[in-house]
Design a binder for this molecule. Structure first.
Ligand SMILES: Cc1cc2nc3c(=O)[nH]c(=O)nc-3n(C[C@H](O)[C@H](O)[C@H](O)COP(=O)(O)O)c2cc1C
Length: 194
């Protein structure tokens, strides 16, 4: 998992521990979206390892001509990270009623290679009024054959959450929503693996 920021995973990883790859659609330092995923990582430990994908801004623009026998290194790393995960958890802001370009770009790199096919995937929404991006992201993931668990997303009321997600236990509604999503992902990954 060369492209994952391991500094945000919480707990001791063991080889048979369930792995969730968390992908934030925000590149912003201090992002509320990313904070929700960091909160999920804290709640998941120690039973589940949640790693935040850190390579979004390093991906080249999707170009089928670049997707040759050997794709760009950042793309190969993304594909390895998604393939190695038992499930993927997305949380994204909405820009101009759409999915941020950087996130859609990452998904475009995964269409042909297929790592998201049949992968248990959940969507979180940290900004409940942002419904267009969620619907669009869900449609893209369904088209890619992902096993979308929440339809289309779980609204995680994240007001008051610190940027590193460290106070997630104190925010009952958010904590419970995140625990529910993590449990659903666990169930789907277990069913898929049996
Ligand atoms: C260029 C731009 C466009 C935006 N467009 C929308 C929008 O269409 N709908 C919406 O609900 N919020 C929109 N927002 C607000 C962001 O989605 C919101 O600030 C989000 O919570 C930021 O997430 P972050 O804290 O993770 O960066 C927009 C913000 C920016 C900067």
């Amino acid at each position: 998992m060369t492209d994952v920021d391991h500094s945000v995973s919480v707990g001791e990883a063991s080889p048979d521990m369930m792995k969730v790859l968390a992908i934030s659609g925000s590149l912003r330092a201090g992002s509320n979206t990313t904070a929700v995923l960091l909160g999920a990582a804290r709640l998941a430990a120690p039973a589940v390892e949640v790693d935040l994908y850190g390579g979004l801004s390093a991906l080249p623009h999707f170009d089928p001509d670049l997707d040759a026998a050997r794709a760009p290194a950042a793309v190969e790393a993304l594909r390895r990270d998604v393939a190695a995960a038992d499930a993927v958890l997305f949380c994204t802001p909405e820009y101009a009623h759409g999915v941020p370009g950087s996130l859609k770009n990452a998904l475009d790199w995964l269409v042909g290679s297929g790592e998201l096919y049949a992968k248990p995937v959940a969507l979180l929404n940290a900004a409940p009024r942002a419904t267009h991006a969620q619907a669009s992201l869900a449609e893209t993931l369904r088209t890619m054959g992902a096993q979308l668990l929440t339809d289309p997303c779980v609204i995680a009321a994240s007001a008051g959450l610190l940027p590193d997600g460290s106070n997630v236990e104190e925010l009952a509604a958010l904590r419970d929503a995140l625990r529910g999503v993590l449990e659903a992902l666990r169930g789907a990954a277990v069913r898929g693996g049996s």
